[in-house]
Every structure is written in structure tokens, then in C-alpha cells.
Design a protein around this ligand. Sequence first.
Ligand code: SF4
Length: 396
Amino acid sequence: MSKHLPLSVRVAIEKDNPSIKRDESKCIKCGQCKNICTEQIGVHGTYDLLKTGDNAICINCGQCANVCPTNSITEVYEYQSVKEAIRNKEKTVIVSTSPSVRVALGEEFNLPAGTFSEGKMISLLRKLGVDYVLDTNFGADLTIVEEASELIERIKENRNLPQFTSCCPAWVKYVETYYPEIIPNISSAKSPIGMQGPTIKTYFAKKRGIDPTKIVNVALTPCTAKKFEIRRSEMNSAGKYLNIPSLRDMDNVITTRELAMWAREENIDFNSLEDGKYDSLMGEASGSGVIFGNTGGVMEAALRTAYFYLTGENIPKESLSKLESVRGNDGIREASIDIKGLTVNVAVIYGTANAKKFIERMKKGDKTYHFVEVMTCPNGCIGGGGQPKNLEEIES
Ligand code: SF4
């Protein structure tokens, strides 16, 4: 066993982890990181560093950083790179904001928990010098259309069911690591950020007359795993389309916490900012993306869309209330929806430790599931690894 990475007290973090890092000098060995990684995420303790050649198998969710009371574990900060890009007059810096940031950012500035701070968040980004502020809900709409269409195809052809959601990169890595046999069940649709990035560097760039090689695409998210996701080799669709191999779809990810740190460093008084508005073209979206932030939101949006595509009608109120009921707080929730005589069985899960329980049970049982949403973080992205910390809760 390596002397650098004692598995007994803390989680292991590999040196080149793109999402999280550790400052050993601040660690008080409280073990909170290990507890959450074991109990909620189901990763710590499942591998042996001797067998992995001293490599940690981290799924990049950042929950350890979120519960660390001393900032010994933090996300890998990228906001300094974004600041540099803003200073470079040749670059066009575009920030796309995820749904959960606008309801959590205010907490960092002492607004009541859950205060909707979209307008102030947009103004803050403009004050920091960002050229365009766009809404990742635009990408979420694309994801929903793709996921719903794929679900219909799979149900019609009775193949690769259940379809598991693909929006959460930590969940995707969990499957790749622990359940590779169910990779064909993961939706082939990219996540909202995975779709937003290339759409900006192709469609938006063309419409606005911007050279895509001069764009610095930044995702503002509640999520540390997105720092890993944007660096996956597949995330270069715009480069492939434009025949510029070095072009990445997204260049940086900054978390809600990073944006708050950046604002404080610049002495910006968040609470006195006027409400701003998104830029047009990719700043408008349906309401579907907004509910992505909560566990069950992706499921609800995709099934409503699938229902409409199959029947040409909106989902009836009674089925809708069944779907809304799966947006609760239990780690595993299930519902059955009737779509014109076809019973569609769905499940909504948060916490990869719960996903493991579900998969093991599903393998042994005989119930056919059609669609399963999995989000790694407690209660979904709203509890993401890059969200404001609840220090009172951590210390209690
Ligand atoms: Fe990121 Fe959301 Fe997945 Fe957490 S649940 S790892 S915030 S995508």
C-alpha cells in the first residue's frame, strides 16, 4: 500500500485529476471525504491501490470537496485561465450557465437559500468582462429531443432497455469503470454542456461572424465532473465538423464556488447588481432544462417529450403527477406511466451507491424497466460538488 494514499482515513486523489486536488497541509483527517465517497458515491473502498498501480479510481463528482471543512480538497480552479482569456483582446469569451447555479449562487452572498439569482448572475459575468452570456438550457433542450427520440426507437425495437440517462459525467464514468456491460444501455445523447459547446463554435459563431478558433467557451456549472467531461477525447465535435483537429468543444469549466471567489477577488458587490439578460440566439430555452438541476428532472422532461412524439398530445395530468412524484428525495424512486396502452416503467436515482443497489436488483429481478435517470450527487446537480458549501451541516 502506498504511504502517500492511506485508504483508511481519506479518499485517494490521483495527481492528474482534472476535477479535484488536495492540499495535504490543510487536512485534519476528519474522514468526511471518505464517508461520502463510500456511503453516497459507492467508490471508496471498492478498489485496491496495489492492484491499480497506485491509481485512484475517482469518478470526479467532487462530493469530497463539497464536504471538506478546511478546503484541503477543492476543485481544480480554472477561473484564472478565464480571466486571462478576458484580458486577451483577440479572444471572445462565452459563458454558458447551468440551471442549478442561478439558484445557488445567491447563497454564497448571504441571500436566502434557493433565491433565484439569474439576473444578478448574468450581470456579474458581464461585469467580469465576459463577451456573451448564454443559457445551457438551450443545450438541455437538444439533449431532451435526442434522449426522447432515442427512447422511442429503443422501445419500438425492444433493444438496450432500460435506457439510462447520460447527462451526468460522473455516472457515465462509474458505469465505464464498474458496469461496462451496461454501456450499451446509456443514452448516446451528449449532456447539455456536451451539446452547447459545439453548437456555439459552429452555429452561434457563424451567426455572429466570430472566428471559432478565437472563442473561449466556458461552462459555469455546479459540477466538478464537467471538468473531466469536457476533456474527454470525444468532446471535439466542432473541430471535426470544421476540420480543425485542435479545436475543443468547451475550453473551461468553472463552478458556482469559483465564480463567487472570482467576484470577491474583484470586490464586486453581488447583491447590488441590477438584473441582466442573456444574449440572444442561445439564451432562450423551453422550461425543460430548468428542471434538469433536480433529481427526476431529466426523466420528466424526456418522458413528456416522448409522450408528445408518440401520441401528438400533451401528457395527461394524472400521468404528469406520477412523474412529478418521482422528483422526491428518496435515493431510488419508481413509477409506471401509460402511453396509449404501453406501460413504461421508469426509475429515478441519485447517488451512485444507490445506482449500484438498483442495478444489482434489476439484474436479479424480472421487471422490465424502460428509462432510468441516474445523477451522482445528493438530490441531483443542485447538490453538485462545486456548489456552495453548507458549513453548518458539515460541522454538525
Ligand atoms: Fe455533476 Fe450533476 Fe452528476 Fe453531480 S449529479 S456529478 S453535479 S452532473
